[in-house]
Unconditional design. Structure first.
Length: 278
């Protein structure tokens, strides 16, 4: 009799648990399908951009965010999500840190490298002077750099010791993360003073006319006889901004900055920019 009562009480509980489990599973499935559909709907994989990479005989990836529509255009999604060394694009973050912490007063602040050569930070930024940014990193200090790398969630957040540590394979960031970095910079969403972010934005602007504003920073990392190249920035037309990231591989003998800028402009032209329509 006791056994019968126990079974009588437990059986409905088990059935109730099974019913609840099935309902929860169904809910998770529905939510998953909704999330996946949103992800697919706001990403356009543009394979036709491959012909532009072929034109310059390089392989790579490109991604752009249309901020007004919340839509992405990407070529080679798998590579776009893969981390790599940031090279001199890390100058963006180190300049932000230097200005915010007071190690640099403004974009006209001068810094001396290990050879005693003095240069304004904005000139060092545009000219990608590695020795001056190594000096800036030393001036800031590794602990402070690490604090801000963690604060902005920069790539894998791994900073190595020694000169040139930010251009080796220890610190890595994906093109996808770079796109988020430059988007937040444009809208002054990083945890730095707004004036500091505006100063760095100003350093990145290359073209600014009635038709468009084009801003970018380039980088080239030597790896195993070739170059890993970056062009990250934004284009603004008709008061709409489009942050973008280009990454590609090139031979060690190629002028990567020149090719990168031409490749970037050809891609932007193919997407409809420079015509006043975007």
């Amino acid at each position: 009799m006791k056994v019968f009562i126990a079974e009588h009480l437990i059986s409905p509980l088990i059935n109730k648990f099974i019913t609840m489990f099935r309902q929860l599973t169904l809910c998770f499935l529905v939510l998953s399908l909704i999330w996946q559909s949103c992800t697919v709907n706001n990403v356009t994989i543009d394979d036709k951009l491959g012909k532009i990479f072929e034109k310059y005989q390089v392989t790579g990836t490109f991604g752009m965010f249309d901020n007004s529509r919340g839509e992405f255009t990407i070529y080679d999604l798998e590579r776009f999500k893969s981390p790599a060394s940031p090279g001199q694009t890390f100058d963006i973050l180190s300049t932000l840190i230097g200005l915010h912490t007071g190690k640099l007063t403004d974009e006209g602040s001068v810094i001396s490298d290990s050879l005693g050569k003095v240069m304004r930070i904005d000139s060092a930024f545009v000219g990608q002077s590695t020795t001056h940014f190594e000096a800036l990193a030393t001036l800031i200090g590794k602990d402070t750099l690490k604090f801000w790398v963690d604060s902005v969630k920069y790539g894998n957040r791994k900073i190595a010791a020694g000169k040139g540590a930010f251009w080796n394979d220890t610190l890595q960031i994906s093109p996808d993360e770079q796109l988020g970095l430059v988007k937040r910079l444009y809208f002054r969403q990083h945890p730095f003073r707004a004036s500091v972010q505006e100063s760095v934005k100003k350093m990145m602007i290359v073209e600014n006319n009635a038709q468009h504003q084009l801003a970018y920073h380039t980088a080239a990392v030597q790896t195993s006889g070739k170059q890993l190249c970056w062009v990250i920035g934004w284009i603004e037309e008709n008061r709409h901004v489009y942050p973008f990231v280009l990454q590609f591989d090139a031979g060690s003998e190629i002028n990567s900055a020149e090719i990168g800028i031409k490749l970037t402009k050809d891609i932007l032209d193919d997407l409809g920019f420079f015509k006043g329509r975007m």
